[in-house]
Design a protein around this ligand. Structure first.
Ligand SMILES: Nc1ncnc2c1ncn2[C@@H]1O[C@H](COP(=O)(O)OP(=O)(O)O)[C@@H](O)[C@H]1O
Ligand SMILES: O=C(CO)[C@@H](O)[C@H](O)COP(=O)(O)O
Length: 472
C-alpha cells in the first residue's frame, strides 16, 4: 500500500507537468515507530528495479511481514515488561533510550514478531522504520535509520547515538545487522536511484537526505525555537519541545533533535486525538466540523465547571481508558448535553496537554508561543480553546502539513549541514508563523483552578486493572 501510494503520487506529479529535473535534494517523513521487514534477497530486487514497471509491482514479493506494525499497535505489553526487566527497570531504560518501554516502540514490536514467528524473523535481512523504508525506495538500496526517528525504538542510546547492545539482545538475536548503523538526521545518504531518473526525469545528481519521523520533521517545518511549544493535531495529538539538557523520565519521550545533533526534543503523544474528536463530532454535531465549531463557540470557557476525559482506546498519556464526565461538584455523571460534551472534550484534551507538559518541566512564560499544526489546526474555534487553556498566543504556518514542509527544509539543510550551517540559517527567508489567536481576557484566572481539578480527577480515572468503573 505504501509503495503503491508513492507510485501514485509520483505519477500524479508527472501528469501535472512537475519538473523533476529541478529537484536538487529530497527528504521525507514517516509515521514514527512503524516497521517494515525486508525478506532475504530483496536488496538485489531493490537495486535492479525496472523503470518500465511501477515500483509496487517489482517489490511485491520483498516483504517477510505483509502487514507492517504501526504506532497504534499496543499488543506488546509482555515484550515491554521483558525489556525493562532485562536492562534493570523502566527508569534505567528511559535513561539509556529516552523512554521507558512503550508498546508501539519498534524494539518491542520486533521482539513480538521474533517471539511469535521466529521463522519469519529468520527470513528477514533488514528492518526499516517507515521513514528509512521510504528513503530506501528513493535510494535504491537500504537506507540507514536516522538518530531522531531511531530514538522511538527503545533501542538507541540517545547520548552516544549507537544501538544499545543490552536492548538489542533483549529484543531479538542478530538485530544489529538487520538494523544497520544509525546516522545523523541531516546525512546525505547518496543520490537518487536510476529508476527515478529514467521513469520521472529526476537529475541523477539529486541527493537523498535521511528521512525522519513525522514529529521530528514537523519540528523542522515549524522552525521550532527553544521556549516554543509545538502541538500537532493530526491523527494522534502530539506535543513537542526543543530541549538542551533533557532528563528522561517515566512519562514522555526524549528523542535526538532532527536538526541539531547536539540537542534533543521532548515529545508527548496522545492517542485519542482526531479520531476521538471525529467520534464526538459524529455523535453531537451530525459529522460536521462547522456544526461542531458552532456548538463549541456557543458554550462558555470553563464549561460551567463540567469536565470530561475521553479515551475510546487506551491512552498513552496518561494510561487511561473510557469516557468519564464530572459535573462542577466533581460528581460523576453519565452524559452531557451535546454542546457541553463538545466543550468538555476539547477543554479536557488541552488541559491534559498543559498538565503533562508542565510535568516535563515546561513553564508557560509571557514569551511562550504555541505553534499548532496538523489537520485540526485549520479549526480556529479549537485553536481559541488551546490558546485560552495555555494562556498563550497560538501561531500556525501556511501549510498545516508541517512534516512535509519540514522534509523539504531538511533536504536543503542536508546539502550544507556538514559545513555547520544551521537549519535556522538555511530557511531564514521562509515565511514566519502567523498569529492565529490570542488568549481571551481572564482565561488564566478561569483555567488555573480548573487545571488543578482536572489533574486531581485524572488520578481517579487512571487505568487500574482491578477497578470495575473504568472499562466502558
Ligand atoms: N476543520 C477541522 N476541524 C477539526 N479537525 C479537522 C478539521 N479538518 C481536518 N481535521 C482532522 O485532521 C485529521 C488529519 O490530520 P493530519 O495532520 O492530516 O493527520 P496525520 O497525523 O495522520 O498526518 C483528521 O483526522 C481530521 O479529523
Ligand atoms: O506515535 C506517535 C508519536 O510518538 C505518533 O504521533 C506517530 O508518529 C504517528 O502520528 P500521526 O501522524 O498518525 O498523528
Amino acid at each position: 500500500m505504501w509503495v503503491k501510494a508513492l507510485d501514485m503520487i509520483l505519477e500524479k506529479m508527472k501528469s501535472s507537468g512537475f519538473n523533476f529535473s529541478q529537484v536538487r535534494a529530497l527528504s521525507g517523513a514517516g509515521q514514527q515507530h512503524g516497521s517494515v521487514y525486508w525478506k532475504k534477497g530483496s536488496i538485489q530486487i531493490l537495486k535492479n528495479v525496472s523503470s518500465e514497471l511501477p515500483l509496487h509491482q517489482s517489490l511485491k514479493g520483498c516483504f517477510s511481514v505483509s502487514n507492517s506494525p504501526i504506532w497504534m499497535d499496543s499488543s506488546t505489553a509482555s515484550q515491554c515488561n521483558a525489556l525493562e526487566e532485562a536492562v534493570g527497570g523502566a527508569q534505567h531504560l528511559a535513561s539509556i533510550t529516552g523512554s521507558r518501554a512503550y508498546e508501539r516502540f519498534t524494539g518491542n514490536q520486533i521482539a513480538k514478531i521474533y517471539s511469535q514467528n521466529p521463522e519469519v524473523y529468520k527470513q528477514t535481512e533488514r528492518i526499516s522504520l517507515v521513514s528509512s523504508f521510504a528513503a530506501s525506495l528513493f535510494l535504491g538500496t537500504y537506507a540507514p535509520i536516522d538518530y531522531s526517528d531511531g530514538s522511538g525504538m527503545n533501542l538507541l542510546q540517545i547520548w552516544e547515538k549507537v544501538w544499545s547492545k543490552s536492548c538489542l539482545d533483549a529484543c531479538a538475536p542478530g538485530l544489529e545487522e538487520r538494523l544497520g548503523c544509525p546516522v545523523p538526521s541531516h546525512s546525505v545518504l547518496g543520490t537518487i536511484s536510476p529508476y527515478y531518473s529514467q521513469r520521472y526525469g529526476f537529475s541523477p545528481d539529486c541527493k537523498i537526505v535521511a528521512f525522519t519521523g513525522d514529529n521530528p520533521a514537523s519540528l523542522a517545518g515549524m522552525r521550532l525555537q527553544e521556549g516554543d511549544i509545538a502541538i500537532s493535531l493530526g491523527t494522534s495529538d502530539t506535543l513537542f519541545l526543543w530541549i538542551q539538557e533533557p532528563t528522561p523520565a517515566l512519562e514522555g519521550h526524549i528523542l535526538c533533535n532532527p536538526v541539531d545533533s547536539q540537542t534533543y526534543m521532548a515529545l508527548l503523544c496522545f492517542k485519542n486525538g482526531s479520531l476521538m474528536r471525529e467520534r464526538i463530532r459524529g455523535d453531537c454535531a451530525s459529522g460536521s466540523w462547522d456544526e461542531f465549531s458552532k456548538a463549541l463557540s456557543s458554550t462558555v470557557a470553563g464549561n460551567n465547571g463540567n469536565l470530561g476525559f475521553y479515551f475510546d482506546v487506551m491512552e498513552i498519556t496518561p494510561e487511561a481508558v473510557g469516557i468519564h464526565r464530572f459535573n462542577r461538584d466533581n460528581q460523576k455523571v453519565s452524559g452531557f448535553p451535546k454542546e457541553v460534551e463538545i466543550r468538555a472534550l476539547i477543554e479536557g484534551q488541552f488541559m491534559a496537554k498543559r498538565i503533562h507538559a508542565e510535568k516535563l518541566g515546561y513553564k508557560v512564560l509571557p514569551r511562550t508561543r504555541i505553534l499548532a499544526t496538523g489537520g485540526a489546526s485549520h479549526n480556529k474555534t479549537i485553536l481559541q480553546v488551546l490558546s485560552d487553556v495555555f494562556n498563550a498566543p497560538v501561531y500556525t504556518i501556511d501549510t498545516a502539513n508541517s512534516a512535509c514542509l519540514g522534509s523539504a527544509y531538511r533536504a536543503i539543510h542536508g546539502l550544507v549541514a556538514e559545513r555547520n550551517v544551521s537549519l535556522a540559517d538555511v530557511v531564514k527567508s521562509a515565511p514566519e508563523p502567523r498569529l492565529a489567536v490570542t488568549p481571551t481576557a481572564g482565561a488564566e484566572e478561569l483555567y488555573r483552578p480548573l487545571l488543578k481539578r482536572y489533574a486531581e480527577l485524572e488520578q481517579k480515572v487512571i487505568y487500574n486493572p482491578t477497578s470495575s468503573c473504568l472499562a466502558k
